[in-house]
Write a protein that binds this ligand. Sequence first.
Ligand code: ADP
Length: 520
Amino acid sequence: MDIKHALKTYFGYDEFKKGQQKLIEETLKGRDVLGVMPTGGGKSLCYQLPAILFDGVTLVISPLISLMKDQVDSLEEIGIEGTYINSTLDQKEQYHRIEDVKNGKYKIVYVAPERLNTYQFLNLVKDIDISMVAVDEAHCISQWGHDFRPSYLEIPRFINSLNKRPVVSAYTATATKEIVDEINRLIGLRNPLISVVGFDRPNLFYQVVKARDKFTYLIEYLENNFQQESGIIYCATRKTVESLTRRLQDKNISAVAYHGGMPDDIRHRNQEDFIHNRTRIIVATNAFGLGIDKPDIRFVIHYNMPKNMEAYYQEAGRAGRDGKPSDCILLYSPGDIVKQKYLIQNSTYSPERELMLYENLQYLVDYCNTNDCLRNNILSYFGEEIEDEKCNNCGNCLSQSEMVDITIEAQKILSCIYRVREKYGVTMITQILRGSKSKRILELGLDNLSTYGIMREYTEPALKEIIMTLVSMDYIHMTADKYPVLKLTSASIQVLKGEVKVFHKKDLLEAKQIIKKRTL
Ligand code: ADP
């Protein structure tokens, strides 16, 4: 049967949702698939429809025992015989169901992962023709995800124990690259079609703002946008949450705080006030948001940078659940990146895990620095195919900002770091480059360096800003000591040799008016 026809006949739908058709077609050709779609994207149909069309039985592995019955009931409504085998059934019932499966009564059998390698179940599968094994909530196999299930690790052994290898399809709503790679590897998918779709939120306007003074920017934003509507402001620490809430309240802006260190009753009250529109703004750490279902949040502003793109997508994604235009603004400051790097450096993770955290952070740094479409940048992080080069609904698509070449500035700074043998921090390097006559500089004889005073035309904050930007771009390494020292990286050598050019957005330097004389 043609699959469009089957879609109509069994499910009553005229059209496939995005991504479904390709996944179903490939599955029916016998190819393994890995489908990544957000919740509500229509994953179940992607394995149920092939299950109906395949000759043999489909096993659906799912950790959600409580939902199995619902799934089976809704299949029955469309005339498909299905059943489930899990620990909610007594031995006798399990036995009956297994006999019925053997007798060909069911097309689809839901099973909890814990059952798979039991003697009883292995015995059953010897006698039946299994066309497909569908792994639902496939991220449960990843130890790095939120819902790790050790029994999921048993899935490949189970598949390998079958007489004939069935088609294997895996589905999840978790789209981080590492987890997708891990699912693929650990389940042992063979040349799968990996399809990531549905992560776009067209009503969200993404923007990165490089404000000289974040607070001033924030006040201006709040005075001019969505004045009567709700928003979240995310901060990195409890301290910032407290102080920012106070500063907003001092400006007569309706705001409450939310973080894990507050007394439960106050925190709960603040949350309720926000949900029921008794306050306009909630200023919060990332402790806020899970399980909150407020559809009319008009803006999510990150006062500090989150730890990675996934966190950013989740948190920003709390805006505009009702589909109406909403803003997601990330206030960028290179100092935040350095803070996040410290947190990673001072943790006790394994080296691989640490590297992964750095990479994840770097992706978000690139998001802040890119001049390309921000929406596409997010989608490509998740591996979703990009349709148009520009979305025309993000800060970058709408801004005219150009990139300027800051290679020469970078080279001057890097050679200064080299000349002082990588011994000093930001302040000293800035002073040397600006030709400071401070006592310490003169005592150490640093005024004799060839790089002394070669960037006199820059203000101190401007120069520090450029240095921190180079740190954020990994052209400079900043040590994680009490007195951080600037060091060269392999990338800095390339800049010094003139092998790569360094670009940065013009507005970073201009908008803040931090350059005294130079015209860019
Ligand atoms: P997920 O498992 O990805 O969270 P579901 O499989 O539960 O999503 O599907 C979400 C909803 O979308 C269900 O109500 C389902 O019936 C519906 N749905 C799935 N495919 C289609 C389609 N092609 N057309 C219309 N509705 C669909």
